[in-house]
Write a protein that binds this ligand. Structure first.
Ligand SMILES: O=C(O)C(=O)C[C@]1(C(=O)O)C=C[C@@H](O)C=C1
Length: 187
């Protein structure tokens, strides 16, 4: 009997323990959507890497980054997104993409890889994919800004990132890409 009593007390105590806060469902959906967009953007990096492997163009393209940031500035103003936040976010998306590209080039160099048979054209086909993602990411940033103070938002984002953002390496590019969001969000 005392054993059963002790078990009942333990069960009651476990039930009383407060669970870490979880954001409401609609905020969870917004976070998932943001992570899916980040994943889509990172997915383009290997295609950029192929195109540059063939052309010999540098991975770092500062003039292209500046061009995207001009667009970001405009879209952020329209969507009411803090410009510094938006710029920091995109800067990290560039860093994550470059990390993936550098790792792939390193791998291909080691393998002595010949040029790819038919990579898509960088300016005509690949960059437009990234340009279409920019306004969608800004909209998602507006949501992130809105729910930044929601208890548990940062923790949820970090947990879901591991499931939704596939960087195909060791998770470092993913960590780089989500860092500005984690910095802004309540844990
Ligand atoms: O467009 C390119 O050349 C890319 O490599 C893509 C990208 C980006 O993520 O948008 C990444 C790195 C470059 O410095 C510029 C832009």
């Amino acid at each position: 009997m005392p054993v059963i009593m002790a078990m009942v007390v333990l069960l009651l105590l476990a039930g009383c323990q407060t669970q870490p806060p979880e954001p409401p469902d609609e905020d969870k959906l917004a976070i998932d959507h943001m992570l899916q967009l980040i994943d889509e953007r990172l997915d383009v990096a290997p295609i950029v890497a192929q195109s540059k492997w063939n052309s010999g163009a540098a991975i770092e393209a500062p003039e292209r980054e500046a061009q995207i940031l001009d667009q970001v500035e405009e879209d952020a103003a329209t969507a009411g997104v803090d410009e510094t936040f938006a710029r920091a976010f995109f800067d990290k998306q560039f860093s994550a993409s470059k990390q993936i590209q550098r790792r792939l080039h390193h791998q291909w160099l080691q393998e002595g890889r010949p040029p790819f048979a038919d990579p898509p054209d960088l300016a005509e086909e690949v960059r437009p994919v990234l340009d279409r993602l920019t306004p969608q990411l800004i909209e998602a940033l507006a949501d992130m800004q809105r729910i930044a103070e929601v208890d548990g938002a940062g923790r949820y984002l970090e947990r879901r990132a591991a499931e939704l953002v596939q960087d195909d390496f060791d998770g470092e590019p993913r960590q780089v890409a989500i860092q500005p969001l984690l910095e802004r969000m309540a844990p």
